[in-house]
Design a protein around this ligand. Structure first.
Ligand code: ADP
Length: 160
């Protein structure tokens, strides 16, 4: 059984992330989404457990998509969960520059056990990011093109 780890902040999960999950699930038997506790990102919209709950709900009918939380080195989380691959999404050259470095670290610190594969964002979501979604939402503009209706619903609930 081929498993892949998809680590990220997912604050919130966007249709861009869902597109990558969809592409990865065509290649792997199981996709494990790891909501990472990232100390560098200060301002969060949803707590880690809220994000996990939301993603679990979105994929409740997909037994080959799992959701976990992760802390520390991504390659350790991958290995602990039986994944020799990490999947990441590429939108632009700036994503590439970041991912190429991350891949190198994960490969080296795991003694070449963990490799990263990247999928390209679909054109429709090439400019979709969680931070952009939060910004547009805070301006009280429509974000329904970028997130699942359930995610939007949860964002509205959080505002109340
Ligand atoms: P991180 O804080 O690790 O960048 P994100 O949740 O922002 O976490 O993103 C997780 C991964 O998903 C990254 O590889 C990012 O490039 C990718 N990603 C984010 N948005 C999109 C999108 N719209 N299309 C394709 N990949 C995306």
């Amino acid at each position: 059984m081929k498993k892949v780890l998809y680590p990220g902040s997912f604050d919130p999960i966007t249709k861009g992330h869902m597109n990558i999950i969809n592409q990865a699930s065509r290649l792997f038997d199981e996709v494990i989404i790891a909501v990472m506790k990232n100390n560098n990102k200060k301002s969060s919209f949803f707590t880690i457990s809220e994000r996990v709950k939301i993603i679990r709900k979105l994929y409740k009918d997909n037994p080959n998509i799992k959701v976990i939380t992760g802390e520390g080195a991504t390659c350790d989380i991958a290995l602990k969960n039986g994944c020799y691959f990490i999947v990441r999404g590429l939108r632009s050259l700036s994503d590439y520059n970041y991912e190429v470095e991350l891949n190198q670290f994960n490969k080296e610190i795991s003694n070449n056990q963990v490799n990263t594969i990247c999928f390209f964002a679909d054109r429709e979501y090439q400019f979709t990011s969680s931070s952009g979604v939060k910004e547009v939402y805070s301006l009280k503009k429509d974000i329904s093109h970028y997130v699942d209706p359930y995610v939007l619903d949860q964002m509205k609930k959080k505002d109340k």
